[in-house]
Design a protein around this ligand. Structure first.
Ligand SMILES: [Fe+2]
Ligand SMILES: [Fe+2]
Length: 318
């Protein structure tokens, strides 16, 4: 079921990255931002940190889907243990983007129609839609992040049509790439009753700075595949061991297009004066790594834009 002509990315360097917070920018932070920075580092480095978790069956399903020749019935049995999630999956499977004329009535039917890998991605999408990250006071920001992540996931999958290698985890990386930002907001919202939340102007620049490391830490706690954790930890940085990781390049390109189409980027939350020159350089680097010259880039952009029309419709149905 997982057979493909494309070479796998799994030969790439194993996750060498660690939870490593760079303190070089300490001097450029305002005192309130330094305080946010310290609070986040303290929380995420604490052995007692208990992050928002994925539903257990979603985690199990990811491990199961990596098993060669896995039994479909086994997958169904795992998901059936969480009837709420199973219901959400079936609803998504019947959304117009799958274009089936005959409604899918069972999980087995969904797997048969879309294949196990896409089914796995759908389960994760349904799980992330169920508001794993909750933070009263920051819920507007979390909603925007969720929409941005979902759009980036669909964009990333569309981008893989133009790559020559197997990008099994493109959708997952797009879906989860801002999970560190969301977890950071949840952690910062955990304040004693009556205490006001820190304003986004102080919070967001620090989250932008730390969210790759925080996301990587979260992915490890969620027991995601090492490659996913590594890509999430480097989705702006792009390079791992001195080489651009193709999945990170896909996420960056996907995110750029999503932003360009007005489907939401975290920068829309609070303008933080992100270095646009650096962003442009990173985009060029990602495009070069994926072999997207100008003509190909136009085709990629159009394909992603078309794919996201369905995504917009799905969002409207929710
Ligand atoms: Fe993003
Ligand atoms: Fe990001």
């Amino acid at each position: 079921m997982f057979g493909s002509d494309k070479p796998s990315l799994r030969h790439l360097p194993e996750n060498q990255a660690r939870f490593d917070i760079d303190d070089d920018d300490e001097l450029s932070r305002r005192p309130a931002q330094s305080e946010v920075h310290a609070a986040l580092v303290r929380t995420f480095e604490s052995p007692q940190y208990q992050p928002p978790m994925l539903p257990k069956v979603a985690t199990e399903l990811i491990s199961l889907s990596a098993v060669r020749d896995v039994d479909v019935q086994q997958v169904v049995q795992v998901l059936e243990r969480d009837s709420l999630l199973a219901g959400r999956v079936l609803k998504l499977a019947n959304s117009p983007r799958f274009g089936g004329l005959v409604p899918i009535q069972s999980l087995r039917g969904a797997i048969t129609r879309m294949g196990l890998r896409e089914f796995r991605d759908l389960v994760l999408e349904a799980a992330m839609n169920s508001r794993i990250f909750r933070a009263p006071g920051y819920s507007d920001a979390l909603d925007k992040l969720r929409m941005h992540a979902a759009a980036t996931a669909h964009a990333a999958r569309a981008v893989t049509r133009f790559t020559s290698f197997e990008a099994e985890y493109a959708f997952l990386c797009g879906l989860l790439h801002e999970a560190g930002s969301a977890a950071a907001l949840v952690a910062l919202a955990d304040v004693p009753r009556g205490q006001t939340l820190r304003p986004m102007n102080d919070v967001w620049p620090v989250i932008e700075e730390l969210h790759e490391s925080l996301g990587q830490r979260l992915m490890t706690l969620w027991q995601m595949p090492a490659e996913v954790a590594m890509v999430i930890g480097n989705h702006h940085q792009l390079e791992i061991g001195g080489v651009v990781h193709p999945l990170a390049a896909i996420v960056l390109v996907a995110e750029h297009i999503v932003d360009g189409l007005g489907l939401g980027g975290p920068t829309a939350l609070v303008p933080t004066g992100t270095d646009t020159l650096r962003k442009a350089q990173q985009l060029q680097k990602a495009r070069a790594a994926l072999g997207f010259d100008d003509a190909r880039w136009r085709a990629v952009y159009k394909t992603v834009a078309d794919a996201l029309v369905g995504q917009k419709n799905d969002a409207a149905m929710k």
